[in-house]
Design a protein around this ligand. Structure first.
Ligand code: CP3
Length: 358
């Protein structure tokens, strides 16, 4: 395997010294890029794009051709896992994801098995291999999965939701059934992430988009507990290096200390908290990734630069910060604004990494 030319991301995630703050964006390969929309049109649909390793590689690399990003993230989706469990995933334009066979009963849960990633999810693992080859050591490749709780919300609701009536109904009325579902998902995620790491993913991130809709107590029992199980089960060394694990719960600022105690290396944080406060609360335990409001990218280049400066100042001196948005980039952002964002992080961060005079 080739050596990494830029390992800033991996170093910052492990709180090792860096020359400047690394930066990447959630959903960096997506609809705001005209070249992404062209490749997706060529593929036919979003899922056809995910299922074609060469095209998935092509779109993974597109943002790296435009911007000096410090990481690539596998192009895929979190819902590939429930699809591989036989739920029948489709994306209908304007409506988001939908499952033909939602999970509603004990019989539905009993019918689920842990997918073998090298068979049912072979297209994802092949994409990891192709992307690693084509990256040729430019930057590290991040693999990912959804959290058990977030995957369960889509599986039980049968698609996206605002109220979570079905999944929370199951959680409150049939907690044992909910736990059986979450346990199958946790075991599936461990296998899936370990297959991505074996194929070349150099860091992994667990997206818990909907953990923040839970009470603090329910979050512990139904989301964090299973992410902790995943952290314990994931391969932490490969190719002679540590493989950092990042947990991201949108809206998780209220219980960040508990997340930091999960054994993970880094936590993603959204924009509803001050990253300096979060740093004081977690201390030396984990690195932090975030946390600019994605809507700042609708503002002028100067306003974007000011916001980057503020967040760098809030985090303060030293390593342990990976700059990112607090959630995925929006489809209507002008790609030129992203240039201002990435450049600001690289231009304004080096003073925070110089050793301080005694
Ligand atoms: O960050 C990246 O660039 C990697 C690719 C990635 C995608 N989805 C591509 C995608 C990742 C990491 C995801 C994760 C994902 N998928 C999450 C968790 C992250 C988060 O946003 O909190 C969730 C909840 C999903 C489920 C999902 N996928 C939804 C709800 C939708 C439709 C909503 C929408 O944005 O249109 C998707 C589709 C999807 N996944 C797109 C992309 C680029 C847009 C599909 C398109 O091209 O039309």
């Amino acid at each position: 395997m080739s050596t990494l030319k830029n390992d800033r991301l991996l170093r910052a995630l492990l709180r090792e010294p860096v020359d400047m703050t690394p930066v990447w964006m959630m959903r960096q390969a997506g609809r705001y890029l005209p070249e992404y929309r062209a490749t997706r049109a060529r593929a036919g649909s979003f899922m056809d794009l995910c299922r074609n390793p060469d095209l998935a590689c092509e779109v993974t690399l597109q943002p790296l051709e435009r911007y000096p990003l410090d990481a690539a993230i596998l192009f895929s989706d979190i819902l590939t896992v429930p699809d591989a469990m036989g739920l029948g995933l489709s994306f209908n334009t304007g409506e988001g994801p939908q499952f033909a066979k939602p999970v509603r009963s004990a019989a539905d849960v009993a019918a689920l098995g842990v997918p073998d990633p090298e068979h049912n999810l072979r297209y994802v693992i092949d994409a990891v291999r192709v992307i690693r080859r084509e990256l040729a050591g430019r930057v590290p490749l991040i693999g990912f999965s959804g959290s058990p709780w977030t995957l369960a919300t889509y599986m039980v609701e049968g698609g996206g939701s605002k109220e979570f009536s079905q999944v929370k109904g199951m959680m409150f009325e049939q907690p044992a059934l909910m736990h059986r579902l979450l346990d199958i998902l946790a075991r599936s995620v461990i296998e899936y992430l370990n297959a991505q790491i074996a194929a070349g993913a150099q860091a992994v991130m667990v997206f818990d988009t909907w953990g923040g809709t839970l009470t603090p107590r329910d979050y512990q029992e139904f989301s964090l507990r299973y992410m902790t199980q995943i952290v314990a089960g994931v391969t932490r060394h490969a190719e002679g290096r540590q493989v950092p694990v990042i947990l991201f719960t949108k809206g998780g600022g209220g219980w960040i200390e508990d997340m930091a105690a999960s054994g993970c290396d880094a936590l993603g944080v959204d924009w509803t908290v001050n990253i300096g406060d979060i740093r004081r609360r977690v201390g030396q335990q984990v690195a932090l990734q975030g946390n600019m409001d994605p809507c700042v990218l609708y503002a002028s280049p100067q306003r974007i630069r000011d916001e980057v400066a503020t967040i760098l100042g809030d985090f303060g001196h030293g390593t342990g910060h990976v700059f990112n948005l607090g959630h995925g980039i929006h489809p209507h952002v002008d790609p030129e604004r992203v240039t201002a964002f990435i450049d600001a992080v690289h231009q304004l961060s080096p003073p925070y990494h110089r050793s301080r005079p005694a």
